[in-house]
Design a protein around this ligand. Structure first.
Ligand code: 4NP
Length: 153
């Protein structure tokens, strides 16, 4: 059976990457996939996901209330096989921790799994309304389908 360790990364680890973690976990039943998430910033370490992320996940049948925010660590670039950045800023900050080319190759923009080379960012919904969270959910749902198809190959 294929095994893969996947890390979802955003800034605060309370809005986008917890949703990405929850969605990928919900789709990976029966597969040997470990999914985690982290933030490049430490502002919300130890916190639950944002209430709006919890709500939009719940509306789609996913419970993400077991998650707590943590900060990305350099050791994550060894521990994970695929490291997905939600936006270009996250991408640059993850790469700053990379010690070698092998680590750099693990890192990509998550929406590039849907549209290769597009470098589309998942917009930060933190300062917006609830619709931003549904939009993030839909983007991440399509990205997670593509990630699973890749891992299953
Ligand atoms: P996230 O969203 O990176 O998707 O978790 C944010 C959460 C918090 C902040 C920014 C973005 N903040 O500035 O506190």
């Amino acid at each position: 059976m294929k095994t893969a360790n996947v890390l979802m990364v955003c800034l605060g680890n309370i809005c986008r990457s917890p949703l990405a973690e929850g969605i990928l976990k919900s789709k990976s039943n029966g597969l040997n996939i470990m999914v985690d998430s982290a933030g490049t910033g430490a502002y919300h370490v130890g916190n639950l996901p944002d209430a709006r992320s919890i709500l939009v996940a719940k509306q789609h049948g996913i419970d993400i209330t077991d998650q707590r925010a943590r900060k990305l660590e350099a050791s994550d670039l060894d521990a994970f096989d695929f490291i997905y950045a939600m936006d270009e800023s996250n991408y640059r900050n993850i790469l700053m921790l990379a010690k070698n080319e092998a680590q750099k190759r693990k890192v990509s923009m998550i929406m590039n799994e849907v549209v290769e080379g597009s470098d589309i960012s998942v917009p930060d919904p933190y300062y917006g309304g609830d619709q931003g969270f549904e939009n993030v959910y839909q983007m991440l749902d399509s990205a997670c389908d593509a990630i699973l198809a890749k891992i299953k190959q």
